[in-house]
Design a protein around this ligand. Structure first.
Ligand code: 5GP
Ligand code: ZN
Length: 114
């Protein structure tokens, strides 16, 4: 989609800090870090929300989460947990309408995300 901010990030038209990338997903740091390392996992195919996935894409995207979560965890020994969140629809606080999964690391030390 031409006016989608995450399609532009995937295409390289808008810069981002890439955490992981392959043929199915791009994972990049959220511009607003809930905690350090807060990452968005985004399917390269434009799908609006969970209601628009077919089973194949859902399997491909969700199968990648453990690997990406481990990579984030291994980046800092203080990361001891992680919230995984997915908002669908404005009423559920989705603000970018290209589906994405938040990976929010949680630290043994105090952090700012409540
Ligand atoms: P949502 O509220 O839709 O679940 O989450 C959208 C997320 O996208 C927000 O956490 C917001 O900070 C992030 N975001 C919005 N615009 C950009 C951008 O241009 N670059 C990056 N890296 N993140 C963005
Ligand atoms: Zn898009």
């Amino acid at each position: 989609m031409t006016d989608c901010i995450f399609c532009k990030i995937i295409n390289g038209e808008i810069p981002s800090y890439t955490v992981y990338e392959d043929d199915v997903v791009k994972a990049f740091l959220d511009i607003s870090q809930g905690t350090p390392g807060h990452t968005l996992v985004v399917p390269k195919k434009h799908v609006q929300d969970i209601f628009a996935y077919d089973e194949k894409l859902a399997g491909e995207v969700f199968a990648r989460l453990p690997k990406i979560a481990r990579a984030i965890k291994q980046s800092n020994p203080d990361i001891v947990g992680m919230n995984i969140l997915n908002n669908n629809g404005a009423v559920a606080y989705q603000s970018v309408f290209h589906s994405h999964i938040h990976l929010i690391p949680r630290y043994s030390t105090q952090d700012t995300f409540s």
